[in-house]
Design a binder for this molecule. Sequence first.
Ligand SMILES: Cc1ncc(COP(=O)(O)O)c(C=O)c1O
Length: 456
Amino acid sequence: MLDENELPKKWYNILPDLPKPLPPPINPVTREPLKPDDLKPIFPSELIRQEVSADRWIPIPSEVLEVYLMWRPTPMFRALGLEKTIKTPAKIFYKYEGVSPTGSHKPNTAVAQAYYNLKEGVRRLTTETGAGQWGSALAFSTNLFGLKSTIYMVRVSYYQKPYRRVLMETWGAEVIPSPSDRTRAGKSILERDPDNPGSLGIAISEAVEDAVTHEDTKYSLGSVLNHVLLHQTIVGLEAKIQMEYVEEYPDVVIGCVGGGSNFAGIFFPFYYDKVSGRAPKQVEFLAVEPTASPSLTKGQYMYDHGDTAGLTPLLAMYTLGHDYIPPPIHAGGLRYHGAAPSLSLLVRKGLVKSVAYNQVEVFEAAVLFARTEGILPAPESAHAVKAAIDIAVEAKRKGEEVVVLFNLSGHGLLDLKAYEEFLANKLQPYEYPETNVKESIKKLLAEYPWLRKIGF
Ligand SMILES: Cc1ncc(COP(=O)(O)O)c(C=O)c1O
């Protein structure tokens, strides 16, 4: 545990430390790089400034720090029970973000985003949510700052995870199953496919459309963009101090990846050590994703939309193609076709490794973790648990004392249905076929043939 007065007062911005500048987002209509002002209809100025900032350290406003103190600094644990059970010489540490009021890392950015929007006179925020973790974080934060929120929730999760909806409504949010008939994007999908289960990409389209068509409303994104990842670095900055206290330094830092924010949050500050020559030893970074949504391991590095309807700018990232319809796996927050541009660039440059697991092996790991450490991981976070266990088992085979640090990004106490199905042997492994990715990319290039010229 850290003392409250050890809470970091600045976020770490990775942009000046990337191996090369990020390819700029592109406006699909003009085919020109996006100008910061183009983002004004959806984001407040301060978040746009942070999105492109070249400052390495960005001060955290005192109003945001005050809210962080409700649950921060978060604890870092050594997984002694798990180590003992596996009989590994590895030392496994995890940073536990499940102690936040909403049960995950998501309020680290939701609080900051609600605060900056309030300061610039915004009255309502819209967003998308998959499993409901991000939606509940935004509902919690808008409520604290007296803003309204409208949350488009992926339809399959809306029905599979009713308790997260109740949580969001308790904090005063309006929650709508997506695709919905509230927006043109939603309506056109429902006309073609009335039983569409929804996806994060579709829900983003709806939330963005709602924001740009209402004066007092802006949009809030729970991952992917630079400013979101920036706010999450509070996790890794705390973890670095905690590692110093126990006189250890990780050989490998692990996180699960949906859009990339919790993983970036824990590893970016260690990446800073590495590129600035401050790391006391070699440190590696490992992204973990589901085989059902394998953007980093099977996707293509190219420009694609962040949403399904093609409303958002084109981002240079690993993508499965924006028409990806995810299989209904339980890690709802990981079912996204793309990944953060900054993380994608680091994967592309070989500075971050990635691995994919199916949900059956992930839940096996989650149950082992619950039985040895007591905490029930969120299905998303359980991907990181699985990777940590694999490394610890390998360390045992080799007799190596590897130091592992992973982000336990949330608890799974509202995901018991998933655990119930796993315990009843009802979960299926699922591999997203490579042919689907190729098809989607072919369609994208047919729609925007000029992308070939920019190609990577
Ligand atoms: C607990 C938890 N972990 C991880 C994620 C994945 O998002 P990201 O990659 O942005 O951290 C989510 C998304 O909803 C989540 O709820």
